[in-house]
Each structure stands twice: as structure tokens, then as C-alpha cells.
Design a protein around this ligand. Structure first.
Ligand code: NAP
Length: 344
């Protein structure tokens, strides 16, 4: 009912929201290659000082709580532990492989066509899995290849490298054809970089998703509209206002979950600001990630499917946009493929 009312009020763009609302029934969205992605995902990134065993412990709890979409990356350094946690949930009968949607990411030091498949195979070996559900290019900029994940020069500056995104994409397409990943996509791409892939001569598969920072302070309206027009799913990270790790996030940036407007809406719905921030994404057709290494909050985040925001709430939340980007990756600002200088 709520979504039908929206159609009458807002016309064509909302027809898309109706389709997505119907997919909400089983909490997943169809990708442009025919596979399905669960709308709510569990984030696993944690600062270096957090023991990797925590990732294992909390992925187990997340699956027990009902998170079937697990977001990870080679660079997080915990794929072995995350893989062990997932497999333990197969072993105890909680889920089977086809229930789980696992995402891994191709790190910036492997952005050479010949390094793509070995990088994915390295993740699979750590995970002890035959395939991942989604493999995405982590960032469009490259760093010097080698064993160092953050290669630095003698002045401590990260060493960047050239990249041919279309050639990398072709290598990803081969990984899909080889059955090492069900779907392929990108992360942190602006619309021009997406366009570059979409217009590539001989394109075999479109990216299924673009995983980007997205929350009420950076709602990515233009990028979201662009992605929807190309049938590319936008996946939101830092949806709760980010982990705020000093290494990556400016400590002077505003704390999203303290926002008074978000808090008021939360009070009205007798939910937490975190749940409002997660629900906001779902109702605008965005797949949303939530990281928590806390059992109570993991269970709380699953309540996102138990309530609805009104169209008025959605408008008010849209009004919070202020282009606050938590993950700036400033070290790559001089790279020709640095994605965040474009408006969207
Ligand atoms: P996030 O999901 O925005 O928020 C995480 C923070 O919110 C954590 O500090 C967590 O603390 C807290 N939190 C979780 N649930 C809460 C609740 N119900 N109430 C209050 N606080 C709550 O953080 P993120 O880790 O930046 O992003 C999520 C995931 O996206 C990552 O883990 C990673 O998988 C992915 N990611 C991808 C990229 C990329 O470049 N593609 C970049 C960043 C992140 P506790 O753990 O203490 O609960």
C-alpha cells in the first residue's frame, strides 16, 4: 500500500521502487546477470589492532542472526577467519552454500590483468571455497604491485601505479566464465568510470553493482539514479556513518548517528538511529551493509525489516545530504583514476 501511494505521487522513478519493494518480500534484489543479492549485508572490515578471530566470532553470530550476505575483501586480512566462520555454519546445518552471498574485493596492488585471477584464487584459498558470489574491483586506482598491500616509498608516501580499467574488467569477466565468481562488479567508481566499462567494445558482462559510501550525509542521489538507469545495484557502505578509524576517517567529521533529525525519526518509530539509517537505504532501492562486532547490535540491525518509513520521513532524510564523505582515500588524490573529484 505504502509503495503504491508513492507511485501515484511521484511517477516513473517510483515504478522502480515498486519492483524493489516486491523483492523486499524475500529480502533480496535481482542483479542484472540473473543472480540475487540479499538487501542487507554484514560488513567485516576492522582496524588492524582488532584480532582477526573477532571477524570469525561475529560472522558466526551474524549468520545465526539471519545475515546471509557477508561483505569482505582480501585487504581486510581476515578472509581465512571469515571463511572458517561461514563453513562452520554449513557444518552445523544453519545454512548451506547457496544461502550465503559472499563478496570479496580485488585490491589495488593487483590491478594488472594477469594478476586478477591469481588474486581471486588467493582469496578462495583462504576462504576454502570454490567460488565467491561477487568479486568487485575495490578501488579504481592502482598501487605498485607486489606483496605489500600498502607499498610506500622512502618518504612513506603510497606508491601509485597506472591502471587500464577496461583490461581489468576483461580479466574479471574471465573469472566469471571460469566459475570462480558468480557475479562481477565494482566499488568506489564514479559514473564516468562506470561509463568507461559500459562502453567498452566487446563488453561481455555489465558490472552488477557499484559499492560506494552512502548514508544520509552523502546520499549519492545522482550516482544512484545513474546506476538504476543502467540496472546496476548500488551497495551502500558506511551506511551507519562509518567505523571512524583514525587511519581512514577525519575525526572532525560529524557523527551520523548523533544527528538530531535522525534521532527524532528514530524516536517517532521507537527504533534506533542506526535502524533508520539502514531502512532509509532499503526503501530507496539500495543494498545496505552494516558492520557490527557486537551481538546486541547485530541482532538489532536485523530489525530493519520490521518497520517502514513514511514518504515524509524519506524526504526529511533526503534533506540531510551534505556531501560529507568519510572515506576520502586522500593518498590517491593525484591518481588519474581517483574517483571522488567528480560530482558523482
Ligand atoms: P558502518 O556499517 O557504517 O558502521 C559501523 C559502525 O557502526 C561500527 O563502529 C559499529 O560498531 C557501529 N554500529 C553497528 N550497528 C550499530 C547499531 N545498531 N547502533 C549503533 N552503532 C552501530 O561501517 P563500515 O565498517 O565503515 O562499513 C560497513 C562495511 O562496508 C565494512 O565493514 C566493509 O565490509 C564495507 N566497506 C567497504 C568499503 C569499500 O571501499 N568498498 C569501504 C568501507 C567499508 P560495533 O562494531 O561496535 O557495533
Amino acid at each position: 500500500m505504502f509503495f503504491i501511494a508513492l507511485v501515484k505521487a511521484e511517477g516513473r522513478s517510483v515504478l522502480i521502487e515498486v519492483r524493489e519493494a516486491m523483492d523486499l518480500k524475500d529480502h533480496r534484489m535481482k542483479l542484472n546477470d540473473g543472480h540475487f543479492i540479499p538487501i542487507l549485508g554484514f560488513g567485516t572490515a576492522a582496524p588492524e589492532e582488532v584480532p582477526k578471530s573477532k571477524a570469525e566470532e561475529y560472522v558466526r553470530l551474524a549468520i545465526d542472526a539471519g545475515f546471509y550476505h557477508i561483505d569482505s575483501a582480501y585487504v581486510y586480512g581476515s578472509e581465512e577467519e571469515v571463511g572458517r566462520a561461514i563453513r562452520s555454519k554449513f557444518a552445523d546445518g544453519t545454512v548451506n552454500r547457496s544461502d550465503i552471498f559472499y563478496t570479496s574485493k580485488l585490491w589495488s596492488t593487483f590491478l594488472r590483468p594477469e594478476l586478477v585471477r591469481p588474486a581471486l584464487e588467493r582469496s578462495l584459498k583462504k576462504l576454502q571455497m570454490d567460488y565467491v558470489d561477487l568479486y568487485i574491483i575495490h578501488f579504481p586506482f592502482a598501487m605498485k604491485t607486489g606483496e605489500e598491500l600498502f607499498p610506500v616509498d622512502e618518504d612513506g608516501k603510497y606508491i601509485l601505479d597506472t591502471v587500464d580499467l577496461c583490461a581489468i574488467w576483461e580479466a574479471l569477466e574471465k573469472c566469471k566464465d571460469a566459475g570462480l565468481t558468480k557475479s562481477i562488479g565494482v566499488s568506489n567508481f564514479n559514473h564516468k568510470q562506470l561509463e568507461k566499462i559500459l562502453k567498452k567494445p566487446g563488453l561481455k558482462y555489465k558490472p552488477v553493482c557499484n559499492q560506494v559510501e552512502c548514508h544520509p550525509y552523502l546520499n549519492q542521489r545522482k550516482l544512484l539514479d545513474y546506476c538504476k538507469s543502467k540496472d546496476i545495484v548500488l551497495v551502500a557502505y558506511c551506511a551507519l556513518g562509518s567505523h571512524r578509524y583514525e587511519k581512514w576517517v577525519d575525526q572532525n567529521s560529524p557523527v551520523l548517528l548523533d544527528d538530531p533529525v535522525l534521532r527524532d525519526i528514530a524516536k517517532k518509530h521507537k527504533r534506533t538511529p542506526a535502524l533508520i539509517a539502514l531502512r532509509y537505504q532499503i526503501q530507496r532501492g539500495v543494498v545496505v551493509l552494516a558492520k557490527s562486532f557486537n551481538e546486541k547490535r547485530i541482532k538489532e540491525n536485523m530489525q530493519v525489516f520490521e518497520f517502514q518509513l513514511t514518504s515524509e520521513d524519506m524526504k526529511v532524510l533526503d534533506g540531510l545530504n551534505r556531501n560529507v564523505r568519510y572515506i576520502v582515500a586522500k593518498f590517491a588524490i593525484d591518481h588519474p583514476e581517483y574517483p571522488f573529484s567528480e560530482e558523482y
